[in-house]
Design a protein around this ligand. Sequence first.
Ligand code: PHE
Length: 339
Amino acid sequence: MISKIEKLLNKVDAFKAESLDEIEKFRIELLGKKGEVTVLFSDFKAVPNELKKEVGQKMNQLKNTAADKIELLKQELSSNREVTVGSDLTLPGEPKNLGSRHPISLVRNEISEIFKRIGFVISEGPEIEDDWHVFSALNFPEEHPARDMQDTFFIEKNPDVLLRTHTSSVQVRVMDYQKPPIRTLSPGRVFRNEAISARAHCIFHQVEGLYVDKDVSFADLKQTLLYFAKEFFGEKSEIRLRPSYFPFTEPSAEVDISCSLCGGKGCNVCKYTGWLEILGCGMVDPNVLESSGIDSKVYSGYAFGMGIERIAMLKYGIKDLRMFFENDKRFMDQFSGNY
Ligand code: PHE
């Protein structure tokens, strides 16, 4: 019996294969149902008791050696497959899909870069906020509708804890610890209790800017926004400002940009007006500066805010805002290659 095992061990050791078929044939020959090793195991009963231990160990060694050798040969063959005779080395390689950035991130990064070039510093803050940073410090009257349950997501047990409805809250935090001059840009995710449609979502993204220094004027604001419009939408872009209202700015304005799609001639995107509304802005209300301990007799400032989804929809011609949140691979793949 021992000599039979030795013989088989030598056979395993000497075995070489050039194809998976050969290896499989060898496996069946040894380890298959009627294989030589399997037959040995069934003959084990006949081995005298005093030899069982030695023979048993040898048999196990043989079985393991054979299984290991088969596995090793299989691996060697598959890792060498590319260079085996007959394969075509001129075939193109397999493409590696690296994924791509989300269009919201692309637009956020582009907007941030434009403002960084004129000295703005990026600031971030918490998405779960308190009433002070989102509303009170920003001069929202007690009864302002934005505080209403219908607009703001509150934590049920504590009405002082809420999801921020705009990133102006981050700017309150910056003013709390930084003295003017302040030039800061706050991109981030915001939440409003709105019905989801092609034009609105309960989660969206904003970029808000704040500049506080001595002698900051409305002319500075207008020039900065014109610079942004030209950098982002093209040199030919123009802007127009319409009077508006925000609790935290006075005076306030709504900013339109000349329609980049039809060049101002009128099309269905700008609803044949030639203009697209892109952001809100204004001079920081003195009450807001004072709430953060900034002397409003010495300093003045401007602020602006825009929705990233809106800008991205204009840039890429996307008609339904919900696409940004669905993570549909067919949609996302269209932005591959952009970093
Ligand atoms: N915070 C405003 C909003 O969320 C936008 C804004 C920012 C308007 C700064 C004016 C000045 O709609």
